[in-house]
Design a binder for this molecule. Structure first.
Ligand code: ATP
Ligand code: PMV
Length: 233
């Protein structure tokens, strides 16, 4: 049986190798390759979540901390955390023989490569602004998606276009003083660039979370988000 379908005979992680990224990009941008239908191709169909919670915030505002807490409250069968930077870091780690776990973690290691990663990511986005949004969400089956790291208006546009009634946006904020205690220091070319400032002008966040206090305060602010996620289940 032949159908028009996006399908590649690769595991999800293989999509991140240089060769298959090019393959993936070629097929997707043309969008009309006809290939045999097989059960494996279902993973490539863009999934449909019930709620998409898109978080953003500056470095060390606590995006990972807040989204981890939310995920812990909602649980794994209901929700998953999807990081737009994960496929980017995976590719970058492979190409440069770097430690992917450290790139994904909160420590100082990733800061040594941040400028280069930003550059590489922007090169990909120039051709295809939804590239990392699509890779990060590919195959996610949980009803509630927690997108931990939107940085650019194209990220918000992609989710709002794909999931117009389901997308909610959340900005995580905290003072520079507190960010500094968490390891932040101003870096030219990073903290004054789109990666950090691309969403500064956005006013219409569904929620703003001030991550400056204790866990109890954070839980109180997350309550309406948690309630919405549970209500939709
Ligand atoms: N409310 C909090 N209480 C205690 N520690 C926190 C809190 N928020 C963040 N942190 C800690 O601060 C550090 C930075 O937080 P986190 O990694 O969540 O920030 P981020 O916005 O994801 O940063 P980056 O963009 O650099 O990945 C981490 O070590 C995290 O555990
Ligand atoms: C390269 C980049 O994805 C790094 C993000 O790392 P983190 O979310 O701050 O851990 C930032 C970007 O895409 O502009």
């Amino acid at each position: 049986m032949w159908v028009t379908q996006l399908h590649f005979d690769v595991e999800p992680q293989d999509v991140l190798t240089s060769q298959s990224v090019r393959h993936f990009g070629f097929v997707y941008t043309r969008g009309s390759l006809t290939v045999p239908f097989s059960p494996g191709s279902m993973a490539d169909v863009q999934p449909t979540p019930r709620l998409v919670l898109v978080f953003s915030g500056k470095r060390k505002s606590g995006k990972d901390h807040v989204t981890n807490l939310l995920h812990a409250r909602l649980g794994a069968p209901l929700s998953s955390i999807l990081r737009l930077s994960a496929p980017l870091k995976q590719h970058f780690a492979q190409d440069h023989s770097l430690d992917l776990d450290l790139l994904l973690g909160p420590g100082p290691y990733k800061e040594r490569f941040r400028s280069e990663m930003i550059q590489w990511g922007e090169d990909q986005r120039r051709n295809d602004p939804g590239y990392f949004c699509r890779l990060a969400t590919r195959g996610a089956t949980e009803p509630v998606w927690i997108i931990s790291d939107a940085r650019r208006s194209t990220d918000l546009t992609w989710f709002r276009t794909q999931y117009p009634d389901k997308t909610r946006t959340i900005r995580v904020q905290c003072s520079d003083q507190i960010r500094t205690t968490r390891g932040w220091s101003f870096t030219e070319g990073v903290d004054d660039a789109e990666s950090e400032c691309g969403l500064d002008q956005v006013q219409d966040w569904d929620w703003i979370i001030k991550n400056e206090g204790d866990t109890e305060d954070l839980e109180r602010q997350l309550r309406p988000v948690i309630d919405l996620a549970l209500k939709q289940d």
